[in-house]
Design a protein around this ligand. Structure first.
Ligand code: ZN
Ligand code: ZN
Length: 305
């Protein structure tokens, strides 16, 4: 048992299959989740050092605990000679966030570059031929989106299996469609959301890793969950049977409940078998590499302050 300290911020690091999930998420305080292998960070409540290394940043909604680190992320990357960050965000937020960043340019007297990509539900943005980010509508009151990281593959149609390579190339040249497109959802991140149609999206149900919130657990927090459009344990219990994800990571647990009690409540309602692939991001008792991720950031720039 590590002693609690408010001087050192501890980050979580989960190793799940091919990917790591690094981050910190406490309701109302800060949410930031990084998938280093995919060069993507989701939300940036504050900007811990490790978040600077992600070239792509997906913002779920405008609440301060998910967004306030954005100007710092962009400014630090510029300071340190990294390329401008690319920021995906709900289309409704493009204008106000752009204004915010322009203000920061004046305040800081630095021409920090940035690239905002406004997203709408269902839209797929292809970063590379084999990798894209799809936005899904979430349910949190204002404009809010979740994001699915998609591996895009070209597969040979079954009809053409067994045909030698050179022949296939020749067929392709003649304009025959020998391939089909396969999209594999690797990671789905939903930010803040209550129960709703987003959980019927095939990408969300089938993503290898699903990151979703469960903020409230106690019976007398049901009203809070409803008002804030957050997920309550009762709703997650309803939802759990239809999730086919290999791994599920729960984020945004309120400090009012605490991780230990949240874990025990989940176990009691879902049972040991179902809990085998459900993790709580901030459950440090089960995270093996927690705390060691600050080294993962870029070297400090000598002019940076
Ligand atoms: Zn939040
Ligand atoms: Zn929120």
């Amino acid at each position: 048992m590590v002693e609690k300290s408010y001087l050192v911020q501890r980050f979580a690091k989960l190793s799940l299959g091919l990917h790591h999930v690094i981050g910190y998420s406490v309701a109302g305080e800060e949410t930031v989740v990084q998938i280093p292998e995919l060069n993507v960070c989701f939300d940036i409540g504050r900007c811990p050092h490790f978040a600077l290394t992600s070239d792509y940043l997906c913002i779920s909604h405008g609440h301060m605990d998910h967004l306030a680190g954005l100007p710092y992320y962009l400014s630090q990357r510029y300071f340190q000679g990294m390329k401008p960050g690319t920021v995906f965000l709900p289309a409704e937020l493009e204008r106000p966030v752009d204004q915010l960043l322009r203000c920061w340019r004046d305040v800081e007297r630095q021409g920090t570059p940035y690239k905002l990509i406004p997203m709408r539900p269902g839209q797929l943005y292809e970063i590379r031929r084999d990798f894209g980010i799809r936005a899904v509508a979430t349910h949190h009151g204002g404009p809010s989106l979740g994001y699915v990281l998609i591996n895009i593959r070209e597969k040979l149609k079954a009809d053409y299996a067994g045909i030698p390579g050179p022949e296939l190339v020749a067929m392709k040249k003649r304009g025959i469609e020998i391939q089909y497109r396969l999209e594999v959802p690797m990671v789905a991140y939903l930010g803040d959301t209550t129960l709703g149609p987003v959980f019927d999206e095939p990408d969300v149900q089938n993503a290898e890793i699903l990151l979703t919130e469960v903020t409230f657990f106690d019976a007398d927090h049901r009203t809070k969950a409803k008002l804030g459009r957050h997920m309550h344990l009762e709703q997650f219990v309803q939802l759990a049977p239809k999730l086919k994800n290999k791994e599920i990571v729960l984020i945004h647990v309120t400090r009012r409940t605490g991780i230990g009690r949240a874990r025990r409540a989940l176990l009691k309602r879902l049972g040991e078998e179902r809990m085998k692939n459900i993790h709580i991001l901030m459950d440090f008792e089960n995270a093996r590499e927690e705390g060691a991720v600050e080294d993962a950031g870029p070297p400090p720039g000598d002019t940076a302050e």
